[in-house]
Design a protein around this ligand. Structure first.
Ligand code: ZN
Length: 294
């Protein structure tokens, strides 16, 4: 089974819906970054959200960067997705440990703390679109709904869930986005609010072996809905040696000379996937000999 996201339209086009199962991508991220349970939950939620947001862009060339910066011990979370929902990301402090909430759930809000959420959408235009809002709870889903309302005037119901197993693997992860499109009426708002008032958490539904198809049916059946797209989503990093070399080159002549003198070699880690790139003495010398290096 692979992770995937369904896109649907409901209520005569007044509702746009996404339901994603993201268990494998959240688990892969946890394994790459060796995250604590609460960091796994935070990272899994942000990756799932970014992946869905990537699919809203409608073009695989476009990309979205979702960044959460808080004053809690987690430090922050960053995820980048392309327009196909291929997502990568990391947390600043993967080993963060905070006490669980009173209800026994992982306390993502406390780990994140107070701060800001920023979304940068690169739509291939001259300038990327950037929106920033203050965090509401640090639990990510509410913060994103606030972002959509404030930055895009789109009323949204967002649910993100990551169920972490005792062995720190991800047992289930997923996300739901329900968004009202321009031209919606009050009647549909009331109906939708009633529908989701006591809707179970998505991680619980997935754990009961409900599929994204089942969950869409549970949510949208009274509105009349149609599934319009199905996308495989996954954790995918696009780093390669050339890209990393460009980062090294951007340090400039002085810094590279200093690395060469002091260490004789360089090792760079990709923040997103932890892949290590080694540059031997001869590689660094070759970079220094390249023309145009400042
Ligand atoms: Zn990478």
């Amino acid at each position: 089974m692979k992770d995937y996201c369904l896109r649907a339209t409901a209520g005569n086009g007044m509702i746009r819906a996404f339901v994603a199962q993201s268990t494998r991508l959240a688990d892969k991220a946890a394994r790459i970054h060796q995250t604590s349970a609460v960091a796994t939950a935070a990272l899994g939620r942000v990756l799932t959200a970014a992946s869905i947001m990537g699919l809203t862009l409608g073009n695989e060339e476009n990309s979205i960067t979702l960044s959460i910066r808080g004053d809690g011990d987690l430090g922050g979370v960053l995820a980048v997705s392309d327009g196909l929902g291929h997502v990568r990301g990391y947390v600043h402090n993967p080993l963060v440990d905070v006490a669980d909430r009173a209800d026994g759930k992982l306390n993502v809000g406390a780990a994140v703390g107070r701060g800001q959420l920023t979304a940068v959408m690169d739509l291939g235009l001259k300038e990327a679109y950037t929106g920033t809002v203050e965090l509401v709870t640090g639990e990510i889903a509410e913060d994103l709904a606030h972002y959509y309302m404030t930055s895009e005037q789109t009323p949204s119901v967002i649910s993100l869930g990551v169920l972490v197993d005792c062995d720190l693997s991800v047992k289930q992860a997923g996300g739901i986005f329900l968004q009202l499109m321009p031209g919606y009426d009050d009647e549909i708002v009331d109906k939708l609010e009633a529908r989701i008032a006591d809707f179970p958490p998505i991680s619980r539904l997935l754990n009961e072996e409900k599929t994204p198809e089942d969950i869409l049916e549970m949510l949208l059946e009274p509105f009349g809905y149609e599934v319009t797209e199905r996308h495989e989503i996954k954790f995918l990093c696009n780093c390669d040696r050339e890209r990393v070399e460009r980062v090294l080159i951007s340090l400039g002549r002085d810094e590279i000379s200093q690395i060469l003198e002091e260490q004789g070699e360089a090792e760079l880690n990709c923040h997103f996937c932890n892949e290590k790139y080694h540059f031997a003495k001869s590689d660094l010398e070759m970079i220094l000999n390249e023309e145009g290096l400042r």
